[in-house]
Design a protein around this ligand. Structure first.
Ligand SMILES: NC(=O)c1ccc[n+]([C@@H]2O[C@H](COP(=O)([O-])OP(=O)(O)OC[C@H]3O[C@@H](n4cnc5c(N)ncnc54)[C@H](OP(=O)(O)O)[C@@H]3O)[C@@H](O)[C@H]2O)c1
Length: 337
């Protein structure tokens, strides 16, 4: 694991950092890097929310074409689905040879959307959303990150990646070295199989079983959805066995003896299929085609989900536990909705 002592921030002294995109990652990364003492400018779309927000936050803001010309390090913090077009049309013809392109996700390099022989290709991928990155930095801590160098044209690529990770606050916790491909495949697999795909599907299925057996939506929601965070917090902090030490004997026996069995060999085969679709590049091709067609199918699927009984029950229950929403909504596919 790499820590602050492994970085030499002086490598970025006098260097011009351009953050392209001022959204979930761009805004917090730009703020953290500036507070760490680096010279940061923001490249944004003229007339867009990001442009105005970055100006309000005191950054010099310009178009990608103009700012790329004078960049030593350009952080690609635009949605993955627009990386290829923006890079080919605006950045590649203007970014000086030997400058570094730094990514927060390996997707576009790993799946061939961005190819260049002239620039360092770096990955500094904080493990968490931008709001968490900023909060952690502001209280003197950080989020861990994954770090990789795909291409070293300048001869300094690893040093630059470490200095960026230092400036983001990630090295206060630690960086783990990986490759673009390993980060991209595992990140997509984790979000599809577990985080944003598998877990919601499991919850919806369990909720439906209780509804079909005649239980009320509110009761089903509490048992299959609401309490999840309490348990996740336990196993995030203490591991699965630590979590089982803290729940009732009834819950521990039932979950170990019977609950684990709901994941079958068939589920594992489905996960292997997911993996193969990602690893072969089929998923990336299908997502990019969907995004370029306006992401209408994706938006339809998201809208259909909004109407599910579990979402209606959730609306009612969540009102009992109001939380300040800090995470930004954003249009998917780079298009305004
Ligand atoms: N979201 C996360 O939690 C997270 C976590 C780790 C890594 N990442 C990675 O971080 C990178 C950025 O993701 P993000 O979620 O921060 O993106 P995002 O919030 O969706 O980015 C929005 C920014 O991109 C600009 N933008 C959108 N479409 C554009 C286009 N066609 N041309 C030019 N600018 C465009 C927006 O401009 P306007 O303001 O003008 O609309 C805005 O400044 C991605 O590689 C992602 O995989 C994200």
């Amino acid at each position: 694991m790499l820590k602050s002592a492994d970085a030499d921030p002086a490598i970025l002294e006098g260097k011009r950092i351009v953050v392209a995109g001022y959204g979930n990652q761009g805004c917090p990364q730009a703020l953290n890097l500036r507070e760490s003492g680096f010279d940061v400018k923001v490249a944004a779309r003229s007339g867009g929310d990001g442009w105005k927000q970055a100006q309000d936050d005191g950054f010099e803001v310009g178009g990608a074409v103009e700012l790329a010309r004078a960049a030593d390090v350009l952080l690609m913090l635009l949605p993955d689905e627009v990386h290829g077009t923006v890079f080919r049309d605006e950045i590649a013809p203007n970014l000086p040879r030997g400058a570094a392109l730094c990514f927060a996700h390996g997707f576009s390099v790993a799946f061939g959307e961005i190819e260049t022989a002239d620039h360092d290709l770096l990955l500094v991928a904080p493990k968490g959303q931008g709001t968490r990155l900023r909060e952690a930095y502001s209280r003197g801590s950080g989020l861990p990150c994954l770090l990789a160098v795909e291409q070293d044209v300048s001869g300094n690529a690893r040093g630059v990646a470490l200095a960026v990770a230092w400036g983001l606050g990630c090295l206060r916790v630690g960086a783990f070295e990986t490759t673009f491909r390993e980060e991209a495949v595992s990140d997509l697999f984790g979000e599809q199989a577990v985080l944003c795909g598998g877990v919601p599907a499991l919850i919806k299925c369990a909720f439906d079983v209780l509804i079909e057996k005649g239980f009320s939506p509110e009761v089903a929601y509490f048992e299959c959805f609401h309490e999840l965070k309490i348990i996740v917090d336990l196993f995030e902090q203490y591991g699965f066995s630590g979590m089982r030490d803290m729940i009732s004997g009834t819950a521990a026996y039932g979950s170990m003896r019977f609950g684990e069995g709901i994941i079958s060999e068939e589920t594992k085969r489905s996960m292997e299929e997911l993996f193969e679709r990602i690893e072969s590049g089929e998923f990336a091709r299908s997502w990019l085609a969907e995004a370029r067609a306006g992401a209408t199918e994706l938006h339809e699927m998201i809208e259909r989900e909004r109407d599910l009984p579990i979402e209606r029950a959730g609306e009612l229950i969540r009102k009992l536990f109001p939380k300040e929403r800090k995470d930004r909504n954003r249009p998917i596919g780079g298009a305004k909705q």
